[in-house]
Design a protein around this ligand. Structure first.
Ligand code: NAD
Length: 249
C-alpha cells in the first residue's frame, strides 16, 4: 500500500526545487497533486517531469485573487483537499543598513502573507485528519549574515505551525513545519552568486554540517511525505529539521 493512495495534495511553488521533488514523490506514493507557480512555461515543464496525476495552476501566493481562483478549481475538480505543502518562498541578501521597504514587503508577502492565506483559504476544503506542512528553514532559529528578513519570515512560519494546531484542534487537522538546511536548488539564484561563489558557499556550509555535506531536494521530499502521511499520525506542531544536523550544534 502506497503512503498517500487516493489523497489530493496541493504544493505551492511545486515547479522547482524542493516543491518539484516533493510533487514527484507524492505522485509516486499514490496522490493526485496540484502544483502552483508564477510562470506557465516552468509549470508546463514540471507537469511533464512529474508525468501523471498532476494539474498545474498558474498562481502567485501573494495575490489573494489568484488563491481564490486556485481553490475554486480544486473545489470544482476534487471537492476536497487532504494535504497542503505550503512551500512557495525564497529570500534575497540584504544586510541591516541596506534593507529596503521593497525587500521587506516582497519577502514577507510571499513567505508569510502568501503562506497564511494559502492555508486559510484552503480550510473549507480540508476534511478531518488533513495534514498541513509549512516549509520553514533552519534560518527560523539560526543567524545568517545579511539574511535577517528571510530568517524573520521563517520564524513566523514556524510560529504559525505551533498556533494553528490549536485553531484546528476540533477538526483534527495536523500542522507541522519542516526546516530544510542547505539544499542547493534554483532558489539559490536569488543569492546573486556566480558558479564559483556558489560552489565556495556550498563547500563552506558542508564543512560545518555534521554529516559533512549539503542536502538534496529528494531528502526533504521524503520527510514531507512522512509528515503528509499516516506514518506521522501523532506528530503535530513540530519543526522537523532536515539539515544533516546543522541547526542542532
Ligand atoms: P526554488 O526557487 O527552486 O523553489 C521555489 C518555488 O516557489 C518555485 O516553484 C517558485 O516558482 C515558487 N514561488 C516563489 N514565489 C512565489 C509566489 N509568489 N507565488 C507562487 N510561487 C512562488 O527554491 P527551493 O529551494 O526549492 O525553495 C522552496 C522552499 O524551501 C522555500 O520556501 C524556501 O524558503 C525553503 N527552503 C529552502 C532551502 C534550501 O536550501 N533550498 C532551505 C530552507 C528552506
Amino acid at each position: 500500500m502506497r503512503k498517500l493512495e487516493g489523497k489530493i495534495a496541493l504544493i505551492t511553488g511545486g515547479n522547482s526545487g524542493i516543491g518539484l521533488a516533493t510533487a514527484k514523490q507524492f505522485v509516486a506514493e499514490g496522490a493526485y497533486v496540484y502544483i502552483t507557480g508564477r510562470r506557465q512555461a516552468e509549470l508546463d515543464a514540471a507537469v511533464e517531469a512529474i508525468g501523471k496525476n498532476v494539474t498545474a495552476v498558474q498562481s502567485d501566493v501573494s495575490n489573494l485573487a489568484d488563491l481564490d481562483r486556485l481553490f475554486a478549481i480544486i473545489k470544482q475538480e476534487q471537492g476536497h483537499l487532504d494535504i497542503i505543502f505550503a512551500n512557495a518562498g525564497g529570500g534575497e541578501i540584504a544586510p541591516l543598513g541596506a534593507i529596503t521597504e521593497e525587500h521587506f514587503d516582497k519577502t514577507f508577502n510571499i513567505n508569510v502573507k502568501g503562506l497564511l492565506f494559502t492555508v486559510q483559504k484552503a480550510l473549507p476544503l480540508l476534511p478531518e485528519g488533513a495534514s498541513i506542512i509549512l516549509n520553514a528553514s533552519t534560518a527560523s532559529i539560526k543567524g545568517t549574515p545579511a539574511f535577517s528578513v528571510y530568517s524573520a519570515t521563517k520564524a513566523a512560519v514556524r510560529s504559525f505551525a505551533r498556533n494553528w494546531t490549536l485553531d484546528l484542534r476540533e477538526r483534527k487537522i495536523r500542522v507541522n513545519a519542516i526546516s530544510p538546511g542547505v539544499v542547493p536548488t534554483p532558489g539559490y539564484d536569488l543569492l546573486g552568486l556566480n558558479d564559483q561563489q556558489l560552489q565556495e558557499f556550498v563547500d563552506t556550509q558542508a564543512s560545518v554540517i555534521p554529516l559533512g555535506r549539503v542536502g538534496k531536494p529528494d531528502e526533504i521530499a521524503k520527510a514531507v511525505v512522512f509528515l503528509a502521511s499516516a506514518d506521522s499520525s501523532f506528530v503535530n506542531g513540530i519543526e522537523l529539521f532536515v539539515d544533516g544536523g546543522m541547526a542542532q550544534i
